[in-house]
Design a protein around this ligand. Structure first.
Ligand code: GAF
Length: 368
């Protein structure tokens, strides 16, 4: 298992054992997309793929980091963090926020590795941030709980990294478990853990189309939601429900679509939680299908390749439903299937998708 290799990786790279090791999983969001920065509901789960880190303190304020997946080393000094538009910004963002909060750090050395596919919509960034923060928390005895870790990770990503993301991914990577869904209210960060039903398979298929949240489209969607709020006279779209859709539909294009997606998606999260509790997997599948249509037609964050995977998945007899997971503009599809059939269905979908597009999909089974 990847976790046990961490200390050995560090040792072989730096020639000494690390003082601490830490890890954090990627996440798959079951439903509740683009609702987090609108104070809404989300329902992510952890995936077995994770980021792992080995760390040791250094004298002075130098930070040395090696990313083994990229075979790249970077160095900087605490207090001199500057944006470089590369992976080291995640590390720099974290130390900058910790120092700003008055935490006492010295320099350190880190070895990082991750098997969360980059740009897959499965939170490779948040997994890296949370695993680094867990490692630093242990190394320096920082008084941070798991919610504070998530909040600090988000500030690092919004700040030095420059991606204006919501809080879902960091909360999921810090608090979610494989086999459970984290039902999270992003307005006040209250959450509940829901055990996923035993009689379903969760399948994730990465389209091979990479996305980037520091890019413009994500920020455009956020700005559109803010503008919709101004026109509707509310502080956040969370204040509205499906009973307000008439007013929402009267907004100018595309603000009407954006707000409609967020409002109906919040309602779908609540319905999905109820259906999961009742073991009504057919209903969960219908909600997945409706969520995907809303992301494709109203929020307009899907791409041709992802739509094709959803169509192929839904043509499978044992698949209850499938939808784009994560921010969109590429990334992955999450599907639920009858227990024991998910892997085969996922393989068939992946093969047909590869044949039609020439892309290389990647099948992940968040087993439970
Ligand atoms: C990305 C962001 F990082 C999250 O905060 C969330 O907005 C998601 O897109 C869409 O639901 O993963």
């Amino acid at each position: 298992m990847i976790r046990t290799g961490t200390a050995g990786d560090y040792l072989s790279h730096f020639g000494a054992a690390p003082e601490v090791t830490a890890h954090a999983p990627g996440r798959v969001n079951l439903i509740g997309e683009h609702t987090d920065y609108n104070d809404g509901f989300v329902l992510p789960s952890a995936i077995p793929q994770q980021a792992v880190i080995g760390l040791s303190r250094l004298e002075g304020d130098g930070v040395e980091v090696y990313a083994s997946d990229l075979n790249e080393a970077r160095a900087y000094r605490l207090g001199e963090e500057t944006q470089t538009h590369s992976w080291i910004d995640y590390v720099q963002g974290v130390t900058q926020e910790l120092v700003r909060d008055g935490h006492k750090l010295t320099g350190f050395r880190a070895h990082i590795r991750s098997d969360v596919p980059f740009g897959s919509g499965l939170s490779s960034s948040a997994a890296l941030l949370v695993c680094l923060l867990r490692g630093l928390r242990e190394l320096f005895g920082l008084p941070l709980d798991d919610v504070q870790v998530a909040q600090l990770a988000r500030r690092a990503e919004n700040g030095l990294v420059g991606a204006n993301v919501g809080i879902m991914d960091q909360m999921a990577c810090s608090l979610a478990q494989v086999g459970e869904a984290l039902f999270l209210d992003c307005r006040d960060l209250t959450f509940e853990r829901l055990k996923l039903p035993e009689d379903m398979d969760l399948v994730v298929l990465h389209s091979g189309v990479e996305h980037n949240h520091a890019a413009g489209d994500y920020n455009t969607r956020r700005a559109e939601c803010e503008r919709a709020c101004e026109l509707l006279g509310v502080a956040s779209l969370r204040e509205l429900g499906v009973e307000d859709l008439e007013r929402v539909n009267a907004l100018p294009e595309p603000l009407n679509r954006r707000a409609r997606h967020v409002i109906t998606e919040n309602a779908r999260v609540l319905e999905t939680v109820a259906a999961l509790r009742a073991g009504e997997l057919g209903r969960v599948g219908e909600l997945f299908t409706a969520s995907h249509a809303s992301m494709r037609d109203d929020y307009q964050v899907s791409v041709r390749e992802v739509d094709l995977i959803v169509t192929l998945a839904e043509a499978e007899a044992d698949v209850y439903g499938a939808r784009l997971t994560g921010g969109g503009f590429g990334g992955s599809v999450v599907m639920i299937a009858r227990h024991g059939t998910g892997r085969r269905a996922g393989e068939r979908v992946a093969a047909e998708y590869a044949r039609q597009t020439g892309r290389t999909p990647r099948l992940l089974m968040p087993a439970h």
